[in-house]
Design a protein around this ligand. Sequence first.
Ligand code: SAM
Length: 396
Amino acid sequence: MKRGKNMEENGIECNSVLDGNFEEVPRKKVIEFKPPLYRQRYHFVKNLVNKHQPKKVADLGCGDTSLIWMLKFHSCIELLVGVDIDQATLQWRRKTLSPVMGEYLSPRDLDLTITLYHGSAVERDSRLLGFDLITCIELIEHLDSEDLARFPKVVFGYLSPAMVVISTPNSEFNPLFPTVTLRNADHKFEWTRMQFQTWALDVANLYNYSVEFTGVGEPPAGAEDVGYCTQIGIFQKNVAKATETCFSEQHGEHIYKAVFTVSYPSLQQQKFRKLVLANEVLREVESMRQRFVQSLKLQEDMETGNQSEDIGRSVTHSTLLGQGYTEAEKANIDKSPKPFRVGDRFYVPLERLLAYPKVNRLCSNVETLRVLIADSVALNRDGSAVRADLCDELDD
Ligand code: SAM
């Protein structure tokens, strides 16, 4: 299915020609959705993800994986799966799902794996068990009656996720489109709100879910009665969430064929945590060192070579200025051990570094900080402070 061919996305104008005289009959107004309807559907799912913070999300009938791509930016999601029967469509944009340079330089907090499967939403595959959210956006209307009957058994009965979102065209909206019976040539049906809600309530009752109805694509003024262009059912499982181990121990049906899988760099992976931490530490130390050198030069100017011994205080104040910290953070930094100088070496105690929020977010105690940065950052003899040189600046 090519999205552009949908009547609902094109907003085509009705323009008739009578008896070859090119006489125009009144046009039906163009229905233009802003943002386009498919984007409104994706945004609907994104908002739902923001609200419910699912960890494992699967998109059945994911098509060109646009929704998966949008969802990969949600930090709560650790596993994203797309399933489609059209392998060519899955392959088309899969490269856009791989991490880019920025995602290595600034890794996510949590792991993320994205996998695309070639398979049908009406077949059981145990790798989709235990999900928090399964989305089926504009999928069910592509299923013939046999597959439509199997669909709830698989999705609700077998996969049984905490939440299911199903969107499908609302056929009551169709008369607002010019010359439309079905919105897409591959649609097997399009339902009125009553038909969809009857089906959805039956499914919900059978599999112990509750369901709420809404939609996207507002009808134009004067035609509010027809309802949203896309109708949406949000199903939530009534029973408590099953534990993850329960699912991970299940082996069984692996019917789908994995066509793409990728893991994202994250701070949960030691090598990336070390890299980011060392980077952050070096950045803070360098910034303190530069401010310290500046303050030294100032003092030298003022005292004509008579250097102040009270380095700690001058460093403290100068390093904190204009850094965008809250008062509480500033106070916390100020009460931590001060940077100090010995000869042409400048030292920043690890405890002080831990007082900086960005470092603290990555590592909360001195021991771990020492171990994580030891490979890439110079420390003093007892490993209690980071060491930096001052000699170049002092020579200047
Ligand atoms: N969900 C995507 C979106 O909203 O952009 C694509 C929607 S497109 C209208 C329907 C998709 O469902 C197509 O990619 C089609 O290949 C897929 N599809 C149809 N029958 C399917 C089935 N039984 N199992 C999985 N995918 C199916």
